[in-house]
Design a binder for this molecule. Structure first.
Ligand SMILES: [Zn+2]
Length: 368
């Protein structure tokens, strides 16, 4: 693999330090009776797309989104590298992480929505590894423009051959050993406070949110597919992670105002790559996440205002980013040891790509 950075491990266990492709790797707490085994979460760098892999102690796997197809989702999806081979950058990265994680069959592929940075490699990955179940928000119609349909149509072809679940808010995605609850899908949201595990109110869920009083709303932006995003809460014992895909600002608002229906979290996977159409402070500050992970690219998401909102979130201990944000400059990026990927260059004329790994020194320092 071209880039190497040590795995980033937090919470309970230590892991072997080995060179890996650029991603952030989190381990949840060890459950009773599962000595030395933990939930592994891999936040894979797809340059401003999304691909997050969960692997339970018993080896059950769930991938949320599949990154960009081919040439970073640009219209020329048949672009080839300088060697003439098709570009399969994100699919290759995800496959490498599958190998690293020992995943030979993908049990669950969750597609948050049908934009190319999320559904891009669904079909490609399904051609490389068996996929047992697909989860998505159902029909797609609003943005079926010529330059946006390719990845979706390719996904439909593999979905039709597998077992598919259309997620509704409040549904569980039945991953054995993991509690995965859908909190948004197809524009609908949960209406009641979340339960925790065991079945009692999730910490902080249902409480009035004082941040709603001065909260602002935003105009709906003209990308209706984001509005349809499947958002999930992943619970493993007392560990809680929030991933709302590319859900919009006003929907974030509705999930926490007037009462915080979601509760508090250990990990907040920032909504929509850190784009200012999401990241409502009334949510980001109410959920009291200890760790945030931003799936931004160098020039996608990573908005300075959004970054500042996360940076100032009460209870936040660490803020990781999959990339340094060009827009963030020196004041609105996390320190280098919290960045999974430093930078890469793509020649827009011919698709030639070269990536520049973190220097060995920083790789060591980020492997703790
Ligand atoms: Zn996106």
């Amino acid at each position: 693999m071209r880039r190497f950075l040590g795995p980033l491990v937090f919470l309970v266990l230590l892991a072997a330090i080995v060179p890996l492709p650029a991603f952030l790797w989190a381990q949840g707490p060890v459950q009773k009776g599962q000595a030395q085994r933990a939930l592994d979460i891999y936040f894979i760098d797809t340059e401003g797309g999304q691909a997050t892999l969960f692997v339970t102690p018993s080896g059950e796997s769930m991938l949320v989104d599949t990154g960009f197809a081919a040439n970073q989702g640009m219209p020329d999806a048949t672009a080839t590298s300088s060697s003439g081979a098709p570009i399969t950058r994100d699919a290759d990265r995800i496959s490498t992480v599958f190998k690293q994680a020992g995943v030979t069959v993908l049990d669950w592929m969750v597609i948050s929505h049908y934009h190319g940075d999320h559904v891009g490699n669904a079909a490609e990955l399904a051609s490389r590894i068996p996929v047992r179940h697909f989860v998505d928000h159902g029909p797609y119609s609003v943005e079926l423009q010529p330059n946006r349909s390719a990845a979706f149509l390719a996904y439909m072809a593999v979905r039709d051959k597998g077992r598919a679940m259309v997620a509704k808010p409040g549904d569980k995605i039945p991953v054995p050993g993991l509690d995965v609850e859908v909190v948004s899908s197809a524009g609908e949201l949960i209406k009641v406070p979340m339960q925790g595990t065991p079945r009692q109110a999730a910490p902080g869920a249902g409480l009035p949110n004082p941040l709603c009083r001065d909260a602002k709303l935003k105009e709906q932006d003209p990308t209706p597919e984001n509005f349809e995003s499947v958002g999930v809460v992943v619970q493993y014992g007392s560990f809680r992670l929030l991933d709302l895909g590319d859900l919009t600002w006003n929907q974030e608002h509705a999930l926490v105002c007037p009462n915080n229906l979601l509760g508090n979290f250990d990990v907040f996977h920032t909504t929509r790559h850190g784009d200012p159409h999401s990241g409502a402070p009334q949510l980001v500050h109410a959920i009291r996440a200890r760790v945030a992970v931003m799936n931004n690219g160098e020039r996608k998401g990573g908005d300075p205002t959004y970054w500042q909102t996360v940076h100032e979130a009460p209870g936040l201990v660490d803020f990781w980013q999959l990339h340094r944000s060009a827009a963030g400059g020196t004041d609105h990026n996390s320190p280098e040891q919290f960045l999974a990927n430093i930078f890469g260059m793509i020649n827009g004329r011919n698709g030639f790509m070269r990536e520049y790994p973190a220097r060995a020194k920083s790789a060591v320092s980020s492997s703790r």
